[in-house]
Design a protein around this ligand. Structure first.
Ligand code: NOJ
Ligand code: NOJ
Length: 446
């Protein structure tokens, strides 16, 4: 065979998998990436995700402590510090901090302090909706164009992560720092956590905008994280001898808890997202929405093995399996989007797509269910959930870029990455899923 012939036949071999499954929506690089073992890919993707996540925390030109949602400047413009994205990302950083030592620990502590101080600046900045303001410019200036606001999950998520930080600092003997900047019991609005808790305790009943920034009403996601913020906040308050406030936060948390069951819809076999919708997009008819799974995962308000949560997972998974062509192209796992009627694609709203962060959160949820079932001695069902979790991560493996980049979405038909590139929240949610899997692997073979 001539050299030229050899070259072409090796090309054909390399292209084998593409031809075999033609028409394939995958590029050659993606097919090549698939031949890497799944285990190798996960650990590589975790490493890259950590690096890329940190690139978006206090990036050059932004204030220290700010977290940009993505470096994307347009289609969509995401160089903003969203309160929600930042708090969820910093909770991954907080976990790293909790498990670190030595020089790494002091670096991570510094990251948390910078986030704490930038958050305080956000609280003190005059905005259109006060503490429910969803996002800021990366230099801390308020964002004053039209937006769906207020978004009342933000102060709750911020209080949650900073409460964890406060407990770590107390363990280190940093009591003055905690009572000075994080939780000052004497003044309701003098410190970050107490300011947020007061806001949540007084405003959780207010109608507000959902986490997808599109619907106005009462949202289960917000209720769940508000409950968690008040519950953990009450424990911190009690610890710092602020008994009156602790009782008040607990009382509000108990009332919030009564709300959860109202979102269960037996006919749909799912927790629905929103009650009493008063505005926003008018095409959100099914009320089925992945944000409820994110809510249970982020709040840990119920064990995730709860039958209703499991039913919701199944209902949503089957809905998205049928909806996106990419889910029926012969590759493992289901790509999960925000909600079935979604149109947002980061640009012209031509139709919704699966999201990396949501698909990762579904994997994570299955790993946690597996771990809960394992503790009950239910080995076989634990293994089933572990494998279900892997299928979601394999779906991410299929669509991630070769260098490990993760955007916000991947196209429902072509599978190519779409919308904001290097979405900080995508990396954070992937890392947490990978950690949950690692943890499970130590106790269960799958
Ligand atoms: C931008 C928001 O961030 C997104 O969630 C929403 O879907 C679009 N605007 C369209 O309203
Ligand atoms: C749009 C998403 O819907 C919203 O949840 C997120 O906060 C922003 N993008 C920024 O990532």
């Amino acid at each position: 065979m001539t050299l030229r012939g050899l070259f072409f036949s090796s090309l054909l071999i390399a292209a084998g998998p593409i031809l075999a499954t033609a028409p394939s929506p995958l590029s050659r690089e993606q097919v090549k990436k698939q031949s890497q073992s799944f285990e190798q890919w996960i650990s590589q993707q975790e490493k890259v995700s950590l690096e890329k996540m940190f690139e978006n925390i206090s990036p050059l030109g932004a204030a220290r402590g700010s977290v940009i949602a993505s470096p994307s400047l347009y289609d969509p413009p995401y160089v903003y510090h969203w309160i929600r994205d930042a708090a969820l990302v910093m909770s991954t950083v907080e976990t790293l901090f909790e498990n670190s030592s030595g020089g790494q620990r002091s670096q991570l502590k510094n990251r948390m302090l910078e986030y704490l101080r930038f958050s305080r600046q956000n609280q003190l900045t005059k905005t259109l909706t006060g503490l429910g303001e969803p996002k800021f410019h990366p230099d801390g200036a308020s964002f004053e164009l039209e937006w769906c606001r207020p978004q009342n999950d933000g102060p709750a998520l911020r209080a949650m992560v900073l409460t964890r930080f406060a407990h770590q600092l107390l363990q280190e003997g940093e009591t003055n720092l905690v009572t000075g900047e994080l939780y000052d019991s004497r003044w309701p609005t003098q410190s970050v956590i107490k300011t947020d808790l007061e806001y949540v305790a007084n405003h959780w009943r207010d109608t507000n905008c959902d986490i997808w920034e599109e619907s106005i009403g009462d949202h289960l996601y917000n209720r769940l994280v508000q409950w968690r913020a008040l519950t953990d906040g009450a424990a911190l308050a009690r610890h710092l001898n602020d008994a009156g406030a602790a009782a008040w936060y607990d009382e509000q948390a108990n009332e919030l808890r009564q709300e959860f069951v109202k979102y269960w819809d037996a006919g749909k076999q799912a927790f629905v997202a929103t009650l009493h919708m008063t505005g926003g997009v008018n095409y959100k008819k099914s009320n089925l929405d992945s944000q409820v799974i994110l809510g249970f995962l982020h709040s840990q308000a119920l064990p995730l093995r709860d039958d209703r949560i499991q039913a919701t997972l199944t209902t949503l998974t089957e809905t998205f399996r049928g909806l996106y062509p990419i889910n029926n192209s012969g590759f493992p796992g289901v790509g999960i989007g925000r909600y079935p009627e979604d149109l947002y694609d980061g640009g012209k709203n031509t139709g919704g797509n699966p999201w990396f962060l949501i698909t990762a959160a579904f994997a994570h949820t299955h790993y946690q269910i597996a771990s809960e079932l394992l503790e009950q001695g239910k080995l076989a069902s634990a293994r089933d959930h572990a494998k279900a979790g892997d299928a979601f991560l394999k779906r991410i493996q299929t669509h991630a870029w070769v260098d490990g980049s993760l955007s916000e979405q991947f196209d429902r038909s072509s599978g190519h990455m779409k919308s904001a590139r290097d979405l900080t929240w995508s990396y954070s949610e992937f890392i947490q899923a990978a950690w949950a899997r690692k943890n499970l692997k130590q106790r269960l073979k799958f």
